[in-house]
Design a protein around this ligand. Structure first.
Ligand code: URA
Length: 207
């Protein structure tokens, strides 16, 4: 089977096919965890794709990504740059089930094996959706798509891949833990990054 990716042969013919293949997964590394498949929200025809980490407890219940506290902050950040989260953006994750914590109740970060398993599906979503701009929120999304981490130095810098423009940005959960608005704080850097994303998006759309 061809490993899907930016430059490989397509494995699915449409986004709907990809979504239904993900929904039917039974052999994924988190299948045994008993958590639900959570894939995407927003507009699949949008030119901006945002990729997060993994669903949390609220997302696991509601079946949509970024609907808990981090998601509420994410929507505010997008709206501050005049992006309508439902119309202008398609939002997905690097991992499509919540990884349960050791106590079976809370949740944890996805591990390497989980990120690698779901990666081909993330690439297939990118290929089928064909966005101009991709925002990677936090280290897990960077690991999935760029196969590298180090968000503090990666954030705010554009990477061009196969005609698409990717930018790593902080994860909104990180901003929830770091409330300072001082110059150089995560919140102020996020504001710079989302404004730059808006500038690039407008430039690419006007071509
Ligand atoms: N954090 C993420 O990265 N994704 C979600 O869907 C929710 C929280």
């Amino acid at each position: 089977m061809t490993q899907p990716g930016f430059f490989s042969a397509p494995r699915f013919d449409s986004l709907d096919e990809i979504l239904s293949a993900i929904r039917s997964l039974t052999d994924d590394p988190l299948a045994g965890a008993g958590t639900n498949i959570v894939i995407s929200r927003g507009n699949p025809d949008a030119k901006l794709l945002l990729i997060g980490e993994a669903p949390g407890p609220q997302e696991n219940i509601k079946g949509k990504p970024f609907v808990g506290p981090a998601g509420q902050l994410l929507d505010k950040i997008l709206q501050a740059a005049n992006f309508d989260p439902e119309r202008d953006v398609y939002i997905t994750n690097s991992v499509f089930r919540m990884p349960p914590g050791d106590d079976g109740k809370s949740f944890r970060k996805p591990n390497d094996k989980e990120i690698e398993f779901y990666r081909p599906f993330v690439f297939e979503i990118i290929r089928a959706m064909n966005p101009l701009v991709i925002l990677l929120t936090g280290n897990v999304a960077c690991q999935s798509v760029l196969q590298k981490t180090g968000i503090t130095s990666l954030r705010g810098k554009w990477i061009e891949l196969d005609g698409r423009w990717l930018m790593p940005i902080f994860h909104p959960s990180y901003l929830l833990r770091n409330q300072s608005r001082e110059p150089g704080s995560p919140k102020s850097l996020m504001w710079e990054d989302i404004r730059e994303a808006r500038r690039k998006y407008d430039e690419l759309l006007s071509r």
